[in-house]
Design a protein around this ligand. Structure first.
Ligand SMILES: [Zn+2]
Length: 565
């Protein structure tokens, strides 16, 4: 209800702004507010397009570096809308930059597009039910951000044309974000050198924005390739030098060392090549690590420790090794003045009005996944995120510890190169594990669709702020120069030699693409992807319905007992 009220209020305000000010000359801010109200109305009017883009990318379900269908679909759409497309940037076939407009400011608007291995899931179903068993799926929600950006940018573009507002809009995708594999290359190769500000969007559980150090870890993703000597594993094992032994010893070394690493590190690995068959001593084997830490020097140090483990393992097994850096990211730091402008707009937009069905799906999914809280979807806006350095410091053995770290996003490399913010929007269900099939449940349902539209409204308004209030960009650059990069200078974690690892995920997509193709969304035939799949929204088992009912009754009883006390 609240948001209908906001919209109504905006519409009621229009005539006041148009006529109420007629006696005096219209102030520049009144003009901006009027244009914002128009942009919000344009986004609302274009919500079917947002839903279609979202559902289409969901159905493609493409892993990092293999986003071929998403690439074709999005670049064709933007070409039709009058954008100039630069394809295959940084030597990445599925990467592109779309620009429209002329002159300054140049505002970049980006979002990721890749999905998660083995996360295929029917949307709107509150239990595991893959569209294609074992296939990739949008178990993070990267199918939604481009939909948000495109409808926001198109709304602003229309106003720029009519009002002759100078400036250039640049849309771009985060390719292979799950591999943190591209954005440092975009920066290294100069694609952002003239950009004045960047708004990035990422799926979340609330409409929000943060500034400063986001508390994330940065990382180096590296694969260690060991080479030994093949031999008959039973007939002449003494003639073999096992590359797999080296991989296992490196991992054992790392897991012992882990006890003596700082608590902020996160490191994990998969054995990406463990040999071919047991009776052949593996002459080749490989292990792929993510080394995550809170600062650039700590990331470098952690990686060097990893290299030492590999050296030790090679020495013990008489094997040789090389390593390849497959991805990298700095810890994210976002811009205060632009975040402040965005947050003002977020407050005007508010949160979507969720239906009973939306809440039922959310609660059932939270119960199914044993979420810490069974609270449904967000109904209260988050406050603006502050830098974690102002949060209480964790004390450990008398030592003040920095925040405990967590995931990474290579948007960081852009955020350290120019003023950047990340807008989170409420298209996912709170309390789910992340990188998991369950995080795909909401991603082609009314929950995702509403979250995108609300995010797009806040983004469109902020784009107008950036285009029409030069003081925001000035303050943004002052923050970037005088505060953010005063003591810390960006140094890439990749060198001029590294190339994007565009071969990753090729094998998996070759296997699954033909199986996913019959399920690609056809908007000319079906209003929504849910309709195409024949899914009743929401789909729950009987025991799930019962459990949600009990949970809601329990919560209601708690409220009434606390009132009676
Ligand atoms: Zn992501």
């Amino acid at each position: 209800m609240k948001n209908c009220t906001n919209l109504l209020f905006g519409l009621l305000l229009l005539p006041v702004l148009l006529f109420g000010q007629s006696k005096k000359a219209a102030k520049p801010n009144d003009r901006i507010e009027k244009l914002k109200a128009e942009a919000v109305a344009a986004v609302e009017a274009n919500k079917v397009q947002a839903q279609q883009i979202n559902d289409m990318l969901f159905s493609f379900a493409e892993l990092g570096f293999q986003e071929e269908e998403s690439f074709k679909y999005l670049t064709t759409l933007l070409e039709k809308e009058g954008f100039t497309i630069q394809k295959g940037i940084s030597g990445i076939p599925t990467a592109w930059i779309a620009t429209w407009g002329s002159g300054k400011p140049l505002i970049a608007v980006g979002s990721d597009i890749d999905c998660i291995p083995k996360a295929s899931q029917k949307p709107g179903v509150a239990y595991k039910d893959p569209i294609v068993e074992g296939a990739p799926g949008h178990g993070e929600g990267h199918n939604s951000g481009q939909a948000l950006n495109i409808v926001a940018v198109l709304a602003v573009k229309k106003l720029m044309e009519r009002e002759k507002i100078p400036g250039t809009l640049m849309l771009w995708p985060g390719v292979a974000e799950e591999l943190v594999g591209t954005k440092a290359f975009y920066i290294r190769d100069g694609y952002f050198k003239d950009v004045d500000a960047c708004i990035f969007t990422h799926v979340g559980n609330n409409l929000g924005v943060s500034w400063g150090d986001n508390g994330y870890n940065g990382l180096i993703s590296a694969r260690f390739n060991f080479e030994g000597q093949a031999a008959h594993a039973a007939g002449a094992p003494w003639r073999g030098k096992s590359a797999l032994d080296a991989v296992e010893l490196m991992n054992i070394g790392w897991n012992f060392r882990r006890e003596h690493l700082e608590l902020t590190q996160r490191s994990h690995y998969v054995i990406s090549d463990g040999g071919d068959q047991p009776n052949v001593v593996p002459s080749k084997a490989a292990v792929w690590y993510y080394f995550r830490e809170r600062t650039y020097p700590k990331i470098k140090k952690l990686f060097e420790t990893g290299i030492k483990m590999a050296e030790g393992a090679a020495l013990m097994t008489d094997t040789k090794f090389t390593y390849d850096i497959l991805g990298s990211a700095w810890p994210v730091h976002t811009n205060r003045p632009i975040a402040a402008a965005m947050y003002e707009n977020i407050k005007k937009v508010g949160l979507p009005t969720w239906s009973d069905d939306d809440q039922l799906l959310a609660r059932a999914s939270q119960l199914e996944l044993q979420a810490p809280k069974v609270e449904g979807l967000a109904v209260k806006l988050d406050s603006m995120g502050m830098p974690t350095s102002s949060a209480p410091v964790v004390m450990m053995g008398g030592q003040a510890m920095t925040p405990m770290g967590g995931g990474s996003d290579d948007i960081a490399d852009i955020s350290w190169s120019l003023p950047t913010i990340v807008l989170r929007y409420p298209s996912n269900i709170p309390g789910l594990p992340g990188h998991h099939w369950a995080n795909a449940i909401s991603m082609a349902t009314p929950i995702a669709h509403k979250g995108i539209v609300y995010g797009a409204k806040a983004e469109a308004m902020t784009l107008l702020d950036l285009l029409l209030k030069p003081e925001i960009l000035k303050e943004a650059w002052a923050y970037y120069k005088d505060e953010q990069t005063k003591d810390i200078k960006y140094e890439p974690l990749i060198s001029s030699k590294e190339k994007p690892a565009i071969y990753l995920n090729k094998k998996i997509m070759t296997e699954f693409k033909p199986k996913l193709e019959p399920f690609y969304y056809n908007p000319s035939k079906y209003k929504t992807y849910l309709e195409q799949l024949g899914i009743t929204y929401p789909t729950l088992r009987d025991d799930q319905r019962e459990a949600v009912k009990k949970e809601v009754e329990k919560a209601a009883a708690k409220v009434s007992s606390s009132r009676s006390e």
